[in-house]
Design a protein around this ligand. Structure first.
Ligand code: ATP
Ligand code: MG
Length: 489
């Protein structure tokens, strides 16, 4: 295909429409009803980013993205579209692809530590209210202050139990740790465990620089997170991707507006981010999206209805592809009008009407011009993808996973000594030392000396931990101020 180097050609309206690489970090939106061509548009954009050396991260919600690793040609639609656009023969081509999977089945396992995730995001995953989240924050603080690493779920479970059992002891220094809140956190942890959350948390945690890679021919690597199973726990899905964004924000240096993005992050089913999100979290999301731009990360939201995205966020999405929307119900019609209003009007185009008439793979498109202003909206046909629309077979996929330079690193889970192990060792030591009658005295009688003993030993290991890389996690960092998590480096 005749692609001029350094442009991101996505559609053809009156003229060719491309996203200017220097404007690609000003975020984007792909919206439209089901079956209107959103995923293909996402794929076309991803291919273009890859072609100019920009790595991409995307979650594969429906399992229809893996084919991007292979050349297309197996289905007639792309060639038909090429013909329609007068492009001649399509040069079919796949992109260098890395597969990730929280459950470790369809790609390299992808993990975060509990302490990186932080209390705010975890509170959301665990369905906690404000008071319960406050207690979770205290638990993090107690762990931090005492050098107890929170890496996996069993660390957090042990720490929660420990905080509950010693609530009276911690009250003066940390505040009230009510039994009810402890109970709520524990229930949340059980539910998370049942959703497979156990696989999520632990080490080796994802090193974000592993996402920002180029492959053969200097093409940007396409990172695909298997999200079909993950979507069964929508909160976990949304929170995990949000955590990734926040971590990216934290770990990447300030670059202003680079010639092209360092990474482009596609957020499919983006409405899930905002469903039931408390205002505080919504504000944080808005903040992360706004700030991450200057780190050279472009975020592209993919959603059925643009109304599902809060205005403050929507206003920051400069490059827009609006596929067809239906206008059956009053809510539909409202969405159509709202979507139409977000575009800069173009003479002779009734935007609201056009939105309901668009065909599959056709869209209203407006991108940012060289000065950063949105171009007048144009009715356009999206270019065809060059990669395979049909998903990879499990064997093809496994072959790519095994062939990756990353293979072996994330596959081996590490379980270092952390809060769980230390608290367990202490509990065992305590039990061994106790004579049966002492047990009857109840736990309020002696906790002072017990916890003092525990923390004495811990101070030593904390000092050791701080020296190690992961130990630095216990120091609150920039992410702490953004999302309440702990800085890793
Ligand atoms: N630009 C395009 N060129 C050629 N064919 C296209 C294009 N866009 C869409 N199609 C055709 O339309 C089909 C449906 O598109 P797609 O899967 O992108 O819809 P979607 O909006 O993502 O739907 P859903 O909401 O169900 O995920 C594709 O499988 C493809 O056959
Ligand atoms: Mg889709």
């Amino acid at each position: 295909m005749a692609q001029t180097t350094g442009t991101l050609l996505i559609a053809k309206g009156k003229d060719e429409i491309s996203i200017i690489p220097r404007m690609a970090n000003r975020h984007g939106l792909i919206a439209g009803a089901t079956g209107t061509g959103k995923t293909v548009t996402l794929r076309v954009m991803a291919e273009q980013f890859s072609a100019i050396g920009v790595p991409v991260f995307m979650a594969d919600v429906k399992g229809d993205l893996s084919g991007i690793a292979q050349p297309g040609g197996e289905r007639p639609e792309p060639s038909a579209r090429a013909k329609q656009l007068g492009m001649g023969e399509l040069a079919f081509e796949g992109c260098p692809t890395v597969f990730w999977d929280v459950f470790g089945q369809q790609g390299h396992p992808i993990r975060a530590t509990i302490s990186e995730m932080g209390p705010l995001l975890l509170g959301r995953i665990l369905d906690l209210n404000d008071i319960q989240s406050g207690v979770l924050t205290l638990i993090f603080k107690i762990a931090d202050d005492n050098g107890l690493l929170l890496l996996d779920l069993k660390d957090l479970r042990a720490m929660t139990q420990f905080a509950g059992e010693n609530a009276a002891q911690f009250k003066t220094e940390y505040g009230n740790i009510s039994a009810a809140s402890i109970g709520a956190i524990q229930r949340g942890l059980v539910a998370l465990d049942q959703q497979g959350g156990d696989a999520f948390f632990g080490e080796p945690a994802l090193d974000l620089s592993d996402l920002i890679q180029t492959g053969p021919g200097s093409k940007g690597v396409i990172n695909i997170l298997a999200a079909d199973k993950l979507m069964q726990s929508p909160k976990l899905y949304a929170t995990f991707l949000l955590w990734m964004l926040a971590e990216l924000y934290e770990s990447l240096p300030e670059v202003g507006d680079p010639d092209k993005p360092k990474l482009v992050f596609f957020f499919d089913e983006a409405h899930l981010l905002f469903t039931d999100a408390p205002k505080a979290l919504e504000d944080k999301i808005e903040q992360v999206v706004r700030l991450i731009r200057s780190k050279g990360v472009g975020v592209y939201f993919v959603t059925q209805n643009p109304l599902d995205i809060p205005e403050a966020v929507l206003g920051q999405l400069g490059n827009r592809v609006q596929h067809a929307l239906r206008a059956f119900t009053p809510r539909d019609q409202k969405a159509v009008r709202a979507a139409a209003e977000t575009f800069r009007a173009a003479p002779g185009l009734d935007v609201a009407k056009a939105i309901t008439e668009l065909g599959v793979g056709e869209a209203l498109v407006s991108v940012l011009d060289a000065k950063g202003s949105p171009t007048p909206v144009d009715r356009a046909l999206i270019y065809p993808p060059h990669s395979r629309l049909t998903p990879l077979t499990p064997d093809e996929r496994a072959g790519i996973v095994r062939g990756s330079v990353l293979f072996g690193h994330y596959e081996k889970a590490v379980d270092r000594e952390s809060a769980y192990e230390k608290l367990k060792a202490k509990a065992e030591a305590k039990q061994a030392a106790e004579i049966p009658t002492a047990k009857q005295k109840g736990r309020t009688a002696e906790p002072q000396s017990d916890t003092a003993k525990i923390f004495g030993a811990m101070a030593q290991s904390a000092a050791h931990a701080i020296g190690s890389q992961i130990g630095r996690q216990i120091i609150r960092g920039v992410l702490g101020s953004i999302l309440g998590g702990n800085k890793r480096r």
